[in-house]
Design a protein around this ligand. Structure first.
Ligand code: FES
Length: 345
């Protein structure tokens, strides 16, 4: 008969059996850990190990493991962030404003507020166009009303939705919103917070960075934001706001001509060495996100990301089904990690 062990989930003790996954133990004890695929693919069930020891099944990143894969070996205490329930809301487009020749800011006024955590994303349907996933953010000056959702969207030539911004999608257009989704949201913490974005990945990055400055002004904050084309470096006013409040900011540009206030190359070129003390939040192109995940895993840092795969929410929260070279390397590094966690004070 399996040995009984105690598992503490967000401060509440449940009785569990050695060998059970954290997810199963939580479900049996009436504590539902947020999950989706239950097969180690989507990362939704990542939890922090507060103390104790578990078999991490190769899923450890920093002090976190996947609850659907990690198994109990002895007493353990775990934590996860409670997230708002997924709801549906109706609203209308309030404004469509060009931020750059390619990037548009769309403000949606909802009939009823939708609660989300800074950095999460929602599924948006404009009129009868197919749904797309976007992260609500704030304007560059930090403004935004509770009933508004503000999106920064790149016009994708040939796309099914974004080419309609400014014509079929204009002030008054009906909008349906579902969410929030995702786990790359702001969490209070002690160690350095490192935020890395490319392109319109700046939308969630700005939401997370601003929340960190307002909620934990003493925490060390490094923000690296980049774009391929210099005319898409629309995040300067927001970076100024962060810098005035003690954050270190780095602007990068990987296409020419590189402006004097930006460094040449992709954001990953300008990341400092990451350590187990760091928490990393990254958003942007899937290749850049995979590279940041790799660097974070190599340094033992905890990394959160919801890479943008516009048409497929399942893919957006998970590991791509056909991982690229860096993602395969990342998975190998993860598998080679020690299978037992040391207690974390
Ligand atoms: S539920 Fe654990 S990775 Fe998807």
């Amino acid at each position: 008969m399996a040995e009984l062990v105690s598992l503490v989930i967000n401060g509440r003790r449940v009785s569990a059996k050695a060998g059970q996954t954290l997810l199963d133990a939580g479900l049996a004890g009436g504590r539902v850990i947020p999950h989706d695929c239950a097969t180690g693919q989507c990362d939704t069930c990542r939890v922090r190990i507060h103390s104790g020891s578990v078999d991490d099944a190769g899923t450890r990143i920093g002090d976190t493991v996947l609850a659907c894969r990690a198994r109990l070996t002895a007493e353990a205490a775990i934590e996860f962030d409670e997230v708002p329930d997924v709801v549906r809301r109706l609203g209308n487009v309030e404004s469509v404003v060009d931020l750059t020749p390619e990037i548009v800011e769309v403000t949606v006024a909802l009939r009823k507020r939708l609660a989300y955590l800074p950095g999460q994303y929602v599924r948006v349907s404009f009129a009868d166009l197919p749904p797309r996933d976007y992260s609500p953010t704030l304007r560059s000056d930090g403004s935004g009303e509770l009933h508004e959702l503000i999106f920064q969207i790149r016009r994708q030539p040939g796309g099914a939705v974004s080419p309609h911004l400014g014509n079929r999608i204009a002030a008054g257009t009906k909008v349906k919103v579902e969410g929030p989704f995702g786990h790359a949201f702001h969490r209070l913490g002690r160690g350095r917070l490192v935020i890395v974005s490319s392109g319109v990945g700046w939308a969630p990055a700005w939401a997370v960075a601003r929340a960190s400055r307002l909620r934990e002004p003493q925490r060390e904050l490094l923000v690296v934001a980049g774009a391929r084309h210099p005319h898409n470096l629309y995040m300067r006013p927001a970076l100024d706001w962060l810098r005035e409040r003690g954050a270190i900011t780095i602007l990068t540009c990987s296409g020419g001509p590189v402006p004097a206030d930006a460094r040449t190359g992709r954001p990953t070129l300008h990341l400092p060495m990451l350590t187990a003390e760091d928490t990393v939040v990254t958003a942007g192109s899937s290749d850049m996100v995979a590279a940041v995940q790799f660097l974070a895993a190599a340094g033992g840092a905890t990394c959160y990301s919801d890479p943008f795969y516009a048409a497929d929410r399942k893919a957006a929260v998970g590991t791509p089904r056909n991982p690229n070279f860096i993602q395969r390397l990342l998975q190998r590094v993860s598998r080679n990690r020690s299978t037992n966690l040391e207690p974390i004070a």
